[in-house]
Design a protein around this ligand. Structure first.
Ligand SMILES: Nc1ncnc2c1ncn2[C@@H]1O[C@H](COP(=O)(O)OP(=O)(O)O)[C@@H](O)[C@H]1O
Ligand SMILES: [Mg+2]
Length: 251
């Protein structure tokens, strides 16, 4: 794919975001192109989830200055569902349980909503079977209630299953690796790698172990709502070894 403007999926410029009166994101600029994987790292409370949530259009977060462009368009006025329809996907750090809603039905509804039309039951079953096979998920999963009594690993696998079905252009993955055992981590990583070539990915993670399996093009360190350092995969390795203390000196 050539280097033209259409390859830039997300362009964040000098973004400032508040929750209520509290400024959280304080001047972030970031550009994600199709096919690129950007890892966002940083201590708890740095503003990583806020960044992902505000890009997805979460109403709790107010853009106080700066801009977010997606596929070349300012998306300030777009609702969450419009962003999803335009190809954005957010995998939650803490996926919510929806007791009473079965996984199979939930996935079919979400696919129908994002695509703007419901796939035929038959075509959908085929898609679903393939994706579940890829993620090594048992069919009994489909009749369980969404995230109700799910283990951490099952919740994350469901997020990735949803992503495989939706085939997003921009995937925002918030700590999708937390709570996973080694086998589940590998499966989730395979799922991410399966879409990564045609997708722009923002992967929020605390752990190098995911980045061994999903190689980032860029690693950004967030402190107090600012990106204080950007680099390649080596930066994540350095953080794993040395922690964040050395980065504080850059603030
Ligand atoms: N919806 C919210 N309401 C109130 N405070 C929030 C909300 N979301 C985030 N914050 C605050 O913003 C800061 C950054 O949070 P967050 O983006 O979740 O950090 P991270 O994901 O890097 O751990 C924290 O101090 C957190 O308490
Ligand atoms: Mg977070």
């Amino acid at each position: 794919m050539g280097e033209n403007m259409t390859d830039v999926l997300l362009r964040v410029e000098n973004l400032h975001v508040s929750v209520g009166d509290t400024p959280i994101i304080q001047g972030i600029s970031l550009e994600i192109k199709r096919g690129e994987i950007h890892a966002i790292m940083g201590r708890n409370g740095a503003g990583k989830s806020t960044l992902a949530n505000v890009v997805m259009g979460h109403p709790a977060y107010e853009v106080t200055s700066g801009t977010i462009h997606y596929k070349g368009q300012n998306i300030d006025d777009m609702e969450v569902f419009e962003r999803a329809r335009a190809g954005m996907f957010l995998s939650f750090q803490y996926p919510a349980a929806i007791p009473g809603d079965q996984v199979g039905t939930f996935l079919r509804k979400s696919v129908a909503s994002v695509r703007g039309e419901a796939p035929s039951p038959r075509a959908f079953r085929k898609e679903l079977n393939e994706a579940m096979k890829q993620l090594d998920m048992d069919k009994s999963f489909l009749s369980r209630y969404v995230n109700d009594g799910f283990s951490g690993g099952e919740k994350k696998r469901l997020e990735i299953l949803q992503m495989l079905l939706l085939q997003p252009d921009l995937a925002l993955l918030d700590e999708t690796d937390s709570g996973l055992d080694i086998d589940a981590l590998r499966i989730v990583a395979d799922g991410i790698n399966a879409v990564a070539e045609d997708t722009g990915c923002m992967i929020i993670t605390h752990y190098q172990r995911l980045l061994d399996l999903v190689r980032p093009n860029f690693v950004h360190v967030l402190i107090d709502g600012k990106i204080v350092q950007s680099g390649g995969p080596d930066l994540a390795i350095k953080l794993e070894k040395e922690g964040y203390d050395w980065v504080d000196a850059l603030v």
